[in-house]
Design a protein around this ligand. Structure first.
Ligand code: SOE
Length: 408
């Protein structure tokens, strides 16, 4: 068998926003990257037969099923890609690992620390049998982020003193925006904290190579009651015949339900090695659509990344002669930059979806070459421990809360 004859037959559970993003990645990955195995989009799973059939057709999957247990039971599936809301991550991933399938699971890894612990333990056990698993923190795969990490690892920043991270959105500023699953604790685990805060927690730990050791947090749910959705898809949703003032077409107010997650979370943290950090995750930052920003200050320089300018990295090099210092903007679009040589000629830009293709690339390569991909489920558990500490700290009036290491 030649290397490209080797197939990894993927079965994906879920077909909404993340399902579409992952589909795009599976469809593209072997067209762009030269890899030791070929991902095949074998089977997609969703509960609604009509909708999943449509998704299979639209997103390019060979077949569909309405039962994830059926997907896992099939011996012609090698990889299970979990793109469902957090309340089913643990059950699906644990069953998949037990069946010897490699697993890619969307972030946050789970809804609770105990679920994440069980998943991490199962992943470590499965490793011994050559079964690989990875948590989908896709922003690690933005070339400028990978480069930022390299700068820190190479000592270009000297001694790291500060981390400053924000992830800001505004899609629920309108109090009439309906109560979608992302606003329900039993489905999503937490709100802005787990959905977008998890990204900056993972990114900053990844880039600095340091662990968050303690936090002091505040969280808030600004709008506590919202109309029930008639339908939703990704971050968009509708209320039955309702106008923006919340009155239904027939003059009756639509039924409402309680928002059971945070709308925003703000916390200060310590990372090991004496680093002081601030984090902010909000869905109420009016005008900020998907604004993730990370800045790291060290004794020899600063790097800053802004997702809205994801092809760039800002770098301040304090080792340059005093009169020549200042922030420089590195355009991360050249062949020597991480992932970029496979794409377009120098200077040609990439976007959000490419981070998922890079994630699929790294996953396929790891599985095909028999190494454990990162971020592992243990890394996912480490993020979960921070989310949990933030929640507990906020509940206790911002009291300082230690974060235990996932691998104690
Ligand atoms: C929704 O807030 C969301 O889609 C997150 O779930 C993703 O992880 C993030 O990449 C963009 O925002």
């Amino acid at each position: 068998m030649s290397t490209t004859d080797r197939q990894l037959r993927v079965g994906m559970v879920g077909y909404a926003f993340m399902g579409a993003a992952h589909s795009q990645a599976w469809r593209t990955v072997n067209r762009v990257f030269d890899l030791p195995a070929r991902a095949r989009m074998s089977l997609i799973c969703g509960r609604d037969a009509g909708k999943v059939a449509d998704a299979a057709d639209r997103l390019g999957w060979d077949a569909y099923t309405t039962d994830w247990r059926d997907l896992i039971a099939r011996d012609d599936i090698d990889v299970v890609d979990v793109c469902t809301p957090g309340d089913s991550h643990a059950e699906i991933a644990l069953a998949a690992l037990a069946a010897g399938k490699h697993v890619l699971c969307e972030k946050p890894l789970a809804n609770t620390v105990s679920e994440a612990r069980a998943m991490a333990a199962a992943a470590v056990t499965a490793q011994a049998a050559g079964v690989r698993s990875m948590c989908g923190f896709n922003y690690r795969r933005v070339p400028a982020v990978a480069m930022m990490r390299q700068f820190v690892a190479d000592g270009r920043l000297g001694v790291i003193r500060h981390v400053r991270a924000t992830y800001l959105q505004d899609w629920i500023v309108d109090p009439q925006f309906p109560l979608v699953w992302r606003l329900q604790r039993d489905k999503a685990g937490s709100g802005a904290l787990g959905d977008i805060g998890a990204h900056i927690i993972d990114l900053t730990q990844y880039v600095t190579g340091r662990r968050i050791t303690g936090v002091s947090a505040v969280t808030e749910t600004f709008v506590k009651e919202r109309p029930l959705p008639a339908g939703s898809s990704g971050l968009a949703a509708t209320v039955d015949g309702a106008a923006v003032d919340g009155n239904g077409a027939d003059g009756h107010r639509p039924a409402t339900g309680a928002v059971t997650v945070d709308d925003a979370a703000v916390f200060v943290a310590r990372l090991d090695g004496g680093v002081l950090a601030t984090y902010e995750a909000s869905r109420f930052a009016t005008g900020r659509k998907n604004a993730l920003r990370v800045e790291i200050n060290g004794s020899l320089g600063t790097v800053a990344f802004d997702l809205e300018r994801l092809n760039e990295l800002e770098f301040y090099d304090a080792t340059r002669p005093a009169g020549e210092q200042g922030f420089s903007r590195i355009l991360v679009t050249e062949g020597e930059h991480p992932y970029m040589s496979a794409w377009w000629p120098p200077g040609h830009l990439i976007g959000y979806e490419h981070s998922f293709t890079h994630q699929a690339r790294d996953f396929v390569e790891a599985v095909a070459t028999g190494v454990d991909p990162a971020p592992s489920f243990v890394d996912g558990l480490q993020v979960q421990l921070v989310l949990d500490a933030v929640t507990r700290s906020a509940e206790l009036g911002s009291s300082w809360t230690e974060v235990e290491p996932a691998l104690a």
